[in-house]
Design a protein around this ligand. Structure first.
Ligand SMILES: Cc1cc2nc3c(=O)[nH]c(=O)nc-3n(C[C@H](O)[C@H](O)[C@H](O)COP(=O)(O)OP(=O)(O)OC[C@H]3O[C@@H](n4cnc5c(N)ncnc54)[C@H](O)[C@@H]3O)c2cc1C
Length: 444
């Protein structure tokens, strides 16, 4: 039976969910506080490029939009590490070239999803900020008017008003729960690396580029036209931080001393530095996502994470996938489906939140380190020699649908295997294959 559904937030997850539920035959209303991004330029300096991986693609496949999505992506097959001297090293992501990530502009993807949702019959209301949520009755106050529905979804991002109301309601009811936001202590700024004057790409286009520098790093992801969106991650405070870089001279010094091979292709970085906002990064840990089948959290509203595994949106789309799967399995029983969805995804969200923070350390300080590179080479070799028995944590997160909580456990066993296999060697050629075989049999 068709249900009336209201979704708060028309970001990537809200617009995806609206399309999915409308396709299942429900009446969906999507409410967004910002203006329509297809008509007004918003988010200046937050052009954010994302990577879409197995989980996002799987969700898209299930609602029949994978092809449209892939059409606006650029395949990325590995990381290119840039050292201080301008040397580069390429680390492939997958077992082979068929395993790759897809770079996509967040704005373009959001516009595609809004168009598809609108064309399928979703009613979208922009410039509507919800201010009050009536949890027991699945009601919200929008621009002073109260509306109710059968099922309300909060897809309103990391600072979710729906999550705040839900948490307040649980507290009033004496229901124990966790609802915690932790800041990373590092922020980010977006800059652009345009095409070269002759129209050619400034960097190798099928790679994610990283300039790792210990406590900070610069990253580049390709755009469709082969220009690059650059993201600088830097501590909020301290000797070298967004706080301390308070004039053009200091910014110029940073770029010319640390990122010379990048800055030579960034003619407008200083203007952009001064124009573009600083974005904050944090983790939301929340362990109760719904009140019955009335109000449910999804996407960043339930589990914002730091971006260093490239999984925030992928995890949000996986939420939609599981919700859809459980709705189908229960013949449209929302109460049952939402219960199963929360049971499945809450532990997974906690696991990917932890793994994303761990990856931050890896990307900013370890990727250029010789011991780290040796472990990666050994790991790559194990994946190719023993494909049934060894899969890297990165591969499992990015190229499979193995639940994140399970991946986290496998990752711990992998660490042990790599510690044992690399402790007495300095090159991958010295890898003891017999020892590897024995270890894989005993640990798995
Ligand atoms: C620098 C950076 C890089 C990233 N890279 C990746 C990546 O490579 N891969 C990946 O998978 N993820 C990545 N992410 C994470 C990804 O961007 C988010 O997980 C994803 O955008 C979350 O989508 P969402 O729809 O849940 O929330 P949001 O995108 O935050 O959307 C929430 C929407 O709700 C609206 N809203 C908020 N409050 C209200 C209200 N009161 N009333 C009405 N509307 C409201 C907002 O205006 C917004 O449109 C990255 C994030 C950052 C910051």
């Amino acid at each position: 039976m068709a249900k009336s559904i209201t979704i708060i937030g028309a970001g990537l997850v809200g617009s995806f969910l609206s399309l999915q539920l409308q396709k299942l035959g429900h009446q969906v209303r999507l409410i967004e506080k910002r203006p329509d991004m297809r008509k007004t330029i918003i988010d200046g300096g937050r052009s954010i490029n994302l990577i879409v991986t197995s989980r996002g693609l799987n969700a898209a496949r299930h609602i029949g939009i994978e092809k449209e999505l892939l059409e606006i992506t650029v395949p990325v097959t590995g990381r290119m590490i840039h050292d201080l001297e301008g040397n580069t090293k390429f680390q492939p992501y997958g077992r082979d070239e068929s395993e790759c990530n897809y770079s996509i502009s967040r704005g373009e993807m959001n516009q595609l999803l809004l168009n598809l949702a609108e064309n399928s019959g979703v009613e979208i209301e922009f410039d509507c900020e919800i201010t009050d949520v009536d949890i027991p009755n699945a009601g919200v106050t929008v621009n002073g008017e109260k509306i109710t529905c059968d099922h309300l979804f909060g897809a309103d991002g990391g600072g979710s008003a729906v999550r705040k109301s839900l948490s307040q309601y649980f507290t009033e009811q004496g229901i124990k729960h966790e609802n915690r936001s932790e800041m990373l202590g590092a922020d980010y700024k977006e800059l652009l690396m345009p095409l070269k004057k002759d129209g050619t790409p400034p960097l190798e286009t099928h790679a994610l580029h990283i300039w790792p520098r210990g406590s900070f790093m610069l990253m580049a992801l390709p755009n469709l036209d082969s220009s690059f969106t650059m993201t600088l991650y830097l501590p909020q405070q301290g000797e070298l931080s967004f706080d301390s870089l308070d004039n053009n001279e200091k910014v110029t010094k940073l770029f010319h001393s640390q990122f010379l091979s990048a800055v030579k292709h960034m003619p407008h970085y200083l203007e952009e530095w001064n124009q573009n906002p600083v974005g904050t990064l944090g983790t939301v840990r929340c362990n109760l996502w719904n009140h019955q089948d009335k109000v449910t959290l999804i996407g960043d509203a339930a589990h914002a994470i730091v971006p260093f595994f490239g999984q925030g949106m992928n995890c949000g789309l996986e939420d939609c996938f599981y919700l859809g799967k459980y709705l189908q399995e229960s013949s449209g029983n929302f109460a049952q489906a939402i219960e199963n969805y929360a049971k499945m995804q809450i532990p997974n969200a906690y696991a990917i939140a932890d793994m994303a923070i761990e990856n931050y350390d890896e990307m900013k300080s370890k990727v250029g380190d010789d011991r780290f590179l040796l472990r990666k080479s050994v790991e790559h070799k194990l994946e190719n020699l023993f494909p049934e028995q060894y899969r890297s944590r990165y591969g499992l997160v990015t190229y499979t649908l193995t639940p994140y909580a399970q991946v986290q456990e496998i990752g711990k066993a992998n660490q042990f295997i790599l510690d044992e296999l690399t402790k007495n060697i300095t090159t991958v050629a010295e890898l003891d294959i017999d020892k590897a075989k024995k270890l894989l049999t005993s640990v798995r």
